[in-house]
Design a protein around this ligand. Structure first.
Ligand code: PBG
Length: 334
């Protein structure tokens, strides 16, 4: 936000507005509410299954029935949406479970929409959890080494998106970072009668060490190489704006910046440049750092989580994706 500045009173004392808690509250510029939160969840086949994720204390791989319980609890506290990831029973070279009719995410989405229809189900679309090699696209081994094939991957991503929409997902969220995937998914959705299903694209997604714990949770670490040939270089901001522009042109309805705290400059620039609904993903590594320090008694978890979320809102994010969503909603209640 730019401040039209006309010059302050020579004895302007900002503290005047801080003396009285009611005044302080009245002049607060940024508000945080549970309505803005999204809780990511990891679905895995089975029942009554709660596998703790070692590097993310408080986070579990959950069977669909347990996802329902966890989602109910979050929803009851005011969290309107969950973001679903799947851990398939079998991984292969064509990510079959990502788009199988009864794949783990499709199955979980169906259950959630049947039992808790008001809850928004956001389906993450990517191939890494479903590929035996752990990359986000189809891998071709060529003379010059391993390459991730962009265009053939789009077909699988579109199929996955379609299967989640058919299962009732309210929002489709592609996180793979292949070029052209938003257009491919938009076209597939429109062709099959899902013109009204929005796409929230992971538009500026950086290649980041902050995803480490997630790859434990989703069992999706690449078996060789890394994701630098498709995810963004942490040094690039102008490129992030181009990525966002491209996704908007291709039909994204909501754009995302990811990770969160280390990329708040981009949240600010994306929101002020495009004015689109903007999401931020406070990723696994951010959660784990805060959690670990809190468990040591070194920081006050509640205060730090709330301050971080407020910072993301101040930067311009409309939607906050965080593993602390349920806790934050509870804390917001008082
Ligand atoms: C899938 C995906 C990842 C995350 C969200 N979707 C992992 C990755 O790209 O390696 C990371 C989320 C987190 O760290 O919390 N591509």
């Amino acid at each position: 936000m730019s401040i039209p500045f006309t010059g302050m009173h020579p004895d302007y004392r900002p503290r005047r507005l801080r003396q009285n808690p009611a005044i302080r509250k009245m002049v607060r510029e940024t508000r945080l509410s549970a309505e803005q939160l999204v809780l990511p969840l990891f679905a895995r086949r089975g029942s009554k299954l709660r596998n703790p994720v070692k590097s993310m204390p408080g986070v579990f791989q959950l069977s669909p029935d347990e996802i329902l319980k966890t989602a109910r609890e979050a929803y009851a506290l005011g969290v309107p949406a969950v973001l679903l990831f799947g851990i398939p029973e079998k991984k292969d070279e064509k990510a079959s479970d990502a788009y199988a009719r009864n794949g783990i995410v499709a199955q979980t989405a169906r259950l959630l929409k049947k039992e808790l229809p008001e809850l928004l189900v956001i389906a993450d679309v990517c191939l890494c959890e479903y590929m035996s090699h752990g990359h986000c696209g189809i891998v071709k081994k060529g003379r010059s080494g391993v390459i991730i094939e962009n265009d053939s991957s789009l077909k699988l991503l579109a199929r996955a998106a379609l299967s989640y929409a058919e299962a009732g997902a309210d929002i489709i969220a592609p996180s793979d970072m292949m070029d052209g995937r938003v257009a491919a998914i938009r076209k597939a959705l429109d062709t099959d009668g899902f013109q009204n299903t929005p796409i929230m694209s992971y538009a500026a997604k950086f290649s980041s060490a902050f995803y480490g714990p997630f790859r434990d949770a989703a069992e999706s670490a690449p078996k060789f190489g890394d994701r630098r040939s498709y995810q963004m270089d942490a040094a690039n901001a102008a490129e992030a704006l181009r990525e966002v522009a491209l996704d908007i042109q291709e039909g994204a309805d909501i754009v995302m910046v990811k990770p969160g705290l280390a990329y708040l400059d981009l949240v600010y620039r994306v929101k002020s440049t495009f004015g689109y609904p903007t999401a931020i993903y406070s990723v696994s590594g951010e959660y784990s750092m805060m959690k670990a320090a809190a468990l040591q008694g070194w920081i006050d978890e509640r205060a730090i989580v709330m301050e971080s979320l407020l910072g993301m809102r101040r930067a311009g994010a409309d939607i906050l994706i965080t593993y602390s969503a349920t806790d934050a909603a509870r804390w917001l209640k008082g």
